[in-house]
Design a protein around this ligand. Structure first.
Ligand SMILES: [Fe+2]
Ligand SMILES: [Fe+2]
Length: 266
């Protein structure tokens, strides 16, 4: 089982730039082209939120157009730039087979062969930060209790502080501690895969590994000074590949770009 993860595509309506500057559409196209060319072919594509820059049908229609060449089951996650209803509408017939949708949220379970995927909805409408309320947390607890299959949890807002001050201020501000307690009780959670931070980040969390996938577009500047200064940098975009291998989830980060072919060692 090989899961590709792309994150924070921030796709705009055709011809528009994110932040007035970043051609997220072209960058998403390049990232998805790289995913489509992978050998071996992944079994699923996880999209960990901020799929579009500003919610709305035109952006999602463009996103689906960019995703058209991807012949894989798609597992979208809602981020703070997404609109839950517009996302659900756009992916209604396009999301991979899933069950146990939590009414009112974009939160669901999916069976990926030897793995189970549980997608959480951390969205607080019209806010940058995220939250997990009792209903969403209870749903997770129940899903984990009912099935001991090795499980991957996906969510947009990382449930931990990263040391990048302005992003932590708009992190998962509610429910992270309760989430950690739930995950700690269920030893079969193999990883918690996140987005939102636009950088590669890993941490130990609730006895498992939580990580952030870089963005296919701009990256958040690495500012550990805890100052309020925020900003983005055009560091290389990337996606991730999570390989279920030898009873472990092995995560690889793949830069997006043309770096030449593989060279033989002398
Ligand atoms: Fe983002
Ligand atoms: Fe985000």
């Amino acid at each position: 089982m090989l899961i590709a993860q792309v994150s924070d595509l921030h796709v705009c309506a055709p011809g528009q730039l994110a932040n007035g500057v970043v051609d997220t559409n072209a960058m998403a196209r390049a990232g998805l082209r790289a995913v489509a060319a992978l050998q071996p072919r992944p079994d699923a594509l996880l999209l960990s939120g901020d799929l579009v820059e500003t919610g709305g049908a035109a952006s999602y229609a463009h996103l689906l157009e960019l995703l058209a060449p991807i012949d894989l089951p798609l597992y979208p996650v809602a981020g703070n730039h997404d609109e839950r209803e517009a996302l659900a509408e756009a992916f209604g017939g396009r999301a991979g087979p899933h069950t146990a949708r939590l009414p009112g949220f974009w939160q669901y379970a999916a069976s990926l062969g030897p793995l189970r995927l549980l997608v959480l909805d951390t969205v607080v409408p019209r806010q940058g930060h995220g939250a997990l309320c009792a209903r969403r947390l209870d749903w997770l607890d129940q899903r984990l209790a009912e099935d001991a299959t090795p499980t991957v949890v996906a969510m947009h807002h990382p449930p931990f502080a990263t040391g990048i001050g302005h992003m932590d201020a708009m992190g998962l501000l509610d429910g992270a501690e309760a989430l950690e307690a739930i995950v700690r009780r269920h030893g079969h959670v193999q990883a918690i895969l996140c987005g939102h931070l636009h950088r590669g980040i890993q941490v130990r969390f609730g006895g498992t590994v939580a990580s952030v996938c870089p963005s296919t577009a701009h990256q958040i500047a690495l500012n550990l000074l805890q100052s309020s200064a925020d900003g983005y940098v055009m560091e290389p975009p990337a996606f991730q590949l999570h390989l279920w291998h030898g009873g472990r989830l092995v995560s690889h980060t793949v830069p997006i770009g043309d770096f030449g072919g593989t060279q033989p060692f002398a």
